[in-house]
Design a protein around this ligand. Structure first.
Ligand SMILES: [Cu+2]
Length: 255
């Protein structure tokens, strides 16, 4: 509590003419009065805004890292879902089938993913370790926008690619032919810093990398559109202190 700050007296129309108090005791208002004319701007931005900033690249990622794969879909153009996936050998699953997504990337390699969770209260799959490198791949098999937000994680966008997602059968909930790489998408200048939300656009595959910082515990990642989040696009992730995680994570996938 801010005990040092005594309550401010209510602002009355008399003391602040033109301020619509609307019955609020502490209206948060700021008034700018712009003078006529203009003065000289003496500020010159430095050539490098942050000397400590480094842009992450695939080549700079440590080999010992977690790799999460998350697929998003919007069934019938209405119901949004978020699936956690694991990469599997194509021979180990039935293709096509419900929850199986195949993808052919820019290098022509065919990859097969199998759904391991569908609902927010399904078993926790993602366990991490504070400070350890994480790589996440978001696969959007629909034409829908999802601002994906990961609590407690500080990340950068590695790549954005656009795919032909016509091979995803909404009725089957799997691919009848692989999602096919179409073109490299644009990572805007304003997206190249440290983020905790990334835009996942129509039929895009977006990869990010970063690490959990600030605290351990059970956290969530989700689509930041309230309607999608409430439909189930929210899942837990548990972040352990370093050391403890290694005991728990012996079975986890790294790439
Ligand atoms: Cu969404």
């Amino acid at each position: 509590m801010l005990d040092d700050n005594p309550p401010a007296p209510p602002i009355s129309r008399e003391s602040a003419p033109g301020v619509p108090t609307a019955g609020l005791p502490y209206p948060e208002m700021m008034q700018f009065r712009v003078a006529a004319g203009s003065g000289a701007d003496r500020f010159t931005p430095p050539a490098v805004l942050s000397s400590s900033f480094t842009r992450l690249t695939y080549g700079a990622l440590p080999a010992d890292r977690y790799h999460r794969i998350v697929a998003t879909k919007v069934l019938g153009g209405r119901h949004a879902e978020m699936w956690e996936m694991e990469e599997v050998d194509a021979a180990s699953v039935k293709v096509p089938s419900d929850g199986v997504v195949q993808l052919r990337g820019p290098d022509g390699r065919l990859r097969t993913f199998n759904r391991i969770s569908r609902n927010p209260d399904d078993t926790v799959n993602f366990y991490s370790e504070l400070g350890k490198c994480e790589q996440w791949t978001f696969i959007n098999v629909a034409t829908a926008l999802h601002p994906m937000h990961i609590h407690l994680m500080r990340f950068q966008i590695l790549s954005r690619d656009v795919y032909d997602v016509g091979g995803f059968d909404m009725k089957l909930c799997g691919t009848t032919r692989p999602l096919a790489f179409k073109e490299t998408g644009v990572v805007e200048e304003g997206e190249k810093g440290w983020k905790d939300v990334v835009r996942l656009g129509d039929a895009e595959v977006v990869e990010i990398a970063g690490r959990f910082v600030g605290g351990t515990g059970r956290y969530a990642y989700h689509c930041h559109l309230l309607e999608h989040q409430d439909m189930g696009m929210m899942r837990p992730i548990i972040v352990f202190p370093p050391g403890i995680a290694t005991m728990r994570l012996a079975h986890q996938h790294t790439s």
